[in-house]
Each structure stands twice: as C-alpha cells, then as structure tokens.
Design a protein around this ligand. Structure first.
Ligand SMILES: [Zn+2]
Length: 345
C-alpha cells in the first residue's frame, strides 16, 4: 500500500509540472486531492486495514496531500509570473499611439487667471446660487419698479412665483450684481470679493446674444475709498493677467446700482492702439462696466453711505480672451469647434 502511495506521489508531481495554465492546474488539483481522487480513495479504504498498517498508510496519505497542496501553490505562482511577462518582443522605436488630452476652455483659463490675480490682492471668491429673487436681482440694486429688465422679456421667472414679491418671487439671476448685497449682508464691511458665475437672459439667441453666459464681477467696500483706487485696482488686475502694462481709460456710463457709473476701456491689444476691426478702428475696447456703489445699494446692505463707499467692476471675460489671443470673432469661443479650441491647450 505504501508503494502505491509513492506511485501516486510521483505521478501527481509530474501532472502538476505539466499543468500549463491555471485551469489545467485546477483540474489536476481535483484529480489529486478531490473527493474522487486516488488519494481520497486510499484514505476511505483505511478501515479495512490492520491497525498498524492503518496508522502508517494514513500518515503517509496525509503527508502526500500536504505535499501536493504545496507543489500546486508553487506551480500556481510560476504560471502567474509567466503570464505577466511580455509574450513578444516589442519594437520601442515604433511611433506611439497618441492619446488626445483634454484642456480648459480659454474662457475658463481666463476666469482662473483672474481668480489668481484677485486672490493675490486679498480678495475672496464668493459663489452664489444661480436662482435668485426679485429682491436681490432688482429691489436691492436700486432698479426702479418699472425698469424694463424686470419684465418677463428679459428675466426667467420661476413658475408659480410670478405673482409674489421680494424674496418670494424667484428668478434665474439675470446678472451677478445681486450677489454683492447678499455677501455684504452676510459678512459686513470692509469687504473685497469677486463673484464669477453664469447668468440667464430670456432672449432670442443670435450672434451677440446668448441665453446664458458667464460674468465676472468684483466689489471692494471700505471707508475713504477714493475713485482712483478703483482705477488702480483694474489696472493692476489687467497687468497681472496680461503680464505687461495696460492703458485704461474711463468713460461715463449708467447703471442703476452705481453713482457715478463708468465704462472702462483698455487699449486694444490686437492692433496696439492703432485701430483695427476688433476695436472698430478706435484703438480702445470696452472690457468692463463699473462704478461707485450707489448709496441706496449700501443701505440695502445695512451700511451707512456716509461711512462706507465702494467700487464695482464687471469684467467681460469674452473680451479679455479676445485681447489675450488677438481673436476678432467672439463666437468662435462659443462654437465648441475643437479645431479652433484645441489651439489654446
Ligand atoms: Zn484694435
């Protein structure tokens, strides 16, 4: 009987060595140590043997079982190691397969650059929800009750709130400026913060109008804030973004939430101020409206207009991107045409 067991060990070892893959090895395992395996049969027949023989055969059979388990484990590791090795030689001189990588849209890059520039001047970035209310979008900002922008034509009012007033009458924010009072009510003054985001207008889409677009607004509120500090702030931001000195000029402008209001122009970087198609041959390009915060807006933010003053600026991201790359048609940036956009990676 012991000789038969040695025979089983010998044949089993050969079979384990011959198993070429994991499936084959699993099959061999069943054959050698499974319920129907030869070894199990020997163990089942122990009862018929004499006590002495029973003991030695039992010990031997169990020893072989452990032996098989160890050898199978070894072989398994060998198979796994050989599978992970490369089957064929590879030619490292062949050209590789190009995996196209994504990139940020140039307008998003500009937004991030502005964030960096403002953060370096101690500004905070404030994110407001896209849904606002009549109170924040209009009442707080000194819009007269009959102002046309309040009408359904321009603003998306939320269904079911049209007949309400103030904070109960909800809308998709038509501009960012409402966030200024919201922030001031939460944080008080002095304050310096930017609030980039998407705004919504109920308009027909054409070459110059979109139903949703990005704006980037900044506000600084402090005591004894002179008007010229607003101009210096804008110049500093533009210089940080463009990495060079930028000429800026201000013209009169009107916005309900400013007094006085200004249109801020920068020199046209496409033509260097000589005049071109982008700047309508004037050498200047309008990049941001702005102005001194209106006393009524400060009051809406629970601030005393005799004590506090502030300076708004609303930066046209599209225009800055056109200036950065010298591109003369803004629609290209909204075209989702990768042949165009992939140049800005
Ligand atoms: Zn120009």
């Amino acid at each position: 009987m012991l000789n038969r067991l040695e025979e089983i060990r010998k044949r089993g070892l050969e079979k384990i060595g011959e198993a070429a893959d994991l499936d084959k090895l699993q099959e061999t395992r069943r054959e050698l140590t499974g319920k129907k395996g030869e070894l199990t049969e020997v163990l089942k027949g122990l009862g018929k043997l004499e006590p002495d023989e029973k003991r030695s055969v039992g010990m031997k059979a169990n020893e072989i079982k452990t032996f098989f388990a160890d050898k199978i484990k070894e072989r398994e590791e060998q198979i796994i190691a050989s599978q992970s090795a490369l089957d064929e030689d590879i030619d490292v001189t062949l050209p590789g397969t190009m995996v196209p990588g994504g990139a940020l849209h140039p307008i998003t890059q500009m937004c991030y650059d502005l964030n960096d520039a403002f953060l370096s001047l101690g500004f905070e970035i404030f994110n407001e929800d896209d849904i606002s209310s009549e109170k924040y979008a209009f009442d707080n900002l000194n819009f007269p009750p009959d102002h046309p922008a309040r009408a359904t034509m321009d603003t998306y009012w939320i269904d079911g709130t049209e007949n309400k007033n103030g904070t109960e009458r909800l809308c998709m924010r038509p501009h960012l400026t409402g966030a200024s009072v919201r922030y001031l009510l939460q944080h008080g003054a002095p304050a310096r913060f930017v609030y980039p985001g998407r705004v919504y207008r109920n308009e027909n889409t054409d070459a110059r109008h979109e139903r949703a677009f990005f704006q980037y607004e900044a506000l600084v509120v402090d005591k004894d804030l002179s008007f010229s500090s607003g101009k210096v702030m804008i110049q500093t931001i533009l210089e940080k973004v463009f990495g060079r000195k930028i000429k800026v000029r201000m013209r009169e402008g009107f916005f309900p939430f400013t007094e006085p209001g200004y249109e801020i122009d920068m020199e046209c970087l496409v033509c260097g101020g000589k005049g071109c198609r982008v700047c309508n041959n004037v050498g200047w390009i309008e990049v941001m409206p702005g102005g001194v915060i209106h006393p009524n807006v400060l009051k809406a933010a629970n601030l005393d207009p005799d004590e506090w003053s502030g300076f708004y600026t609303n930066i046209g991201l599209d225009r800055l991107v056109m200036m950065r790359y010298g591109v003369d048609d803004v629609r290209l940036f909204h075209s989702a045409d990768l042949r165009f956009l992939s140049q800005f990676k």
